[in-house]
Design a protein around this ligand. Structure first.
Ligand code: GLU
Length: 320
């Protein structure tokens, strides 16, 4: 089986040092045994999409010397490569889950969920299961009468423990019913949730290995449950430690100075940046060799476990 990897950015902001590094790592991973590298634009959430952001992002990737085998501008077999154009697939997947009794409609508002949650730790409260115990037809009828949409939640059975084996993060175990609860796969506004869309797309695009930032490690067990309910093969996982700013915080939009656009304007050359990024992935002598060549002697095991820190003033990574 030919290996297939992907880079799946959300165009909510510009490409920055951290996302460029994820892009490079996912390309190296896909090419290390001659596989294909797919670029998928995760523009599901139209409210977060910034006009022109997709084009700017593609341009920054090209500037860095990255060329994908399949992506939004290529007429290849798994098109379209923008989630905004794949809504029918997500609907069909929801129908499959409904027919299998894996999901139920939920009419709770975000506030109700927050107020009723047992363990409001982190950003996401654990859903207390209010609508899980109700008659689905009654929930749908009530929502219709109020002119409101319903969300669809995946029913997580009691004592659901999922263990993920990750090439960098190691073994990660989550008790999904306790730590996450029944999670939303389709939102009340009729848009697929990230968890569902990402799995539907990775299955449809035949992705064999997922490389991404370790901020998504905690989402992985939910995704494993979805793969299993579709009877699909679970891919291999590689979660990279996220790039930090020199303030020790994870890269975020407030670190505008780490945007690839800004670095270009400051005169940083693509080769220099590429060399910096490759060094954080364990390739220190890249020179100007093509990525596809470098990939053949790379493996995720080469990635240092310590999160790299980007120095805004020096336009490079700090030596660690
Ligand atoms: N679209 C997600 C993001 O930009 C990444 C999804 C994934 O790689 O699974 O954070």
């Amino acid at each position: 089986m030919i290996s297939r990897g992907r880079f799946a950015p959300t165009p909510s902001g510009a490409l920055h040092v951290g996302s460029a590094r994820t892009a490079l790592a996912s390309a190296l991973a896909a090419w290390r045994d001659g596989g294909r590298w797919v670029l998928r634009v995760e523009d599901l959430d139209v409210t977060r999409a910034v006009p022109g952001a997709v084009e700017a992002m593609l341009d920054d990737l090209r500037w860095l010397g990255l060329s994908w085998d399949e992506g939004p501008d290529a007429d290849t077999p798994h098109a379209p490569y923008r989630q905004g154009e794949r809504a029918d697939l997500y609907r069909e997947a929801l129908d499959v889950l409904r027919a299998a009794g894996r999901v139920y409609p939920c009419a709770c508002s975000r506030r109700e969920v927050e107020e009723a949650s047992r363990a409001p730790h982190g950003a996401e409260p654990v859903y207390p299961g209010t609508c899980a115990r109700r008659d689905p037809e009654a929930v749908l009828a009530e929502a219709r009468a109020k002119g409101r949409g319903v969300a669809w939640r995946f029913r997580v059975a009691p004592h659901t423990t999922v263990t993920v084996r990750d090439a960098i993060a190691g073994t990660f175990t989550q008790r999904v019913d306790d730590e996450v609860g029944d999670f939303v796969v389709f939102r009340a506004d009729g848009v697929a949730a990230y968890q569902l869309a990402v799995v539907v797309d990775d299955v449809a695009m035949e992705i064999t290995e997922v490389v991404r930032g370790d901020d998504l490690l905690a989402s992985t067990p939910r995704q494993v449950l979805l793969y299993e309910s579709f009877g699909a093969r679970v891919p291999a996982w590689v979660h990279l430690p996220l790039v930090m700013g020199d303030d020790g915080q994870r890269l975020a939009k407030r670190h505008g100075a780490m945007g690839i656009r800004t670095l270009r304007e400051r005169g940083v050359s693509p080769d220099t940046l590429r060399g910096e990024l490759l060094a954080t992935l364990g390739i220190s002598d890249a020179g100007d060799r093509p990525l596809r060549d470098l990939a053949t002697r790379w493996s995720p095991a080469a990635v240092p476990r310590l999160a790299p820190r980007w120095s805004v003033s020096a336009n490079r990574f700090e030596a660690r």
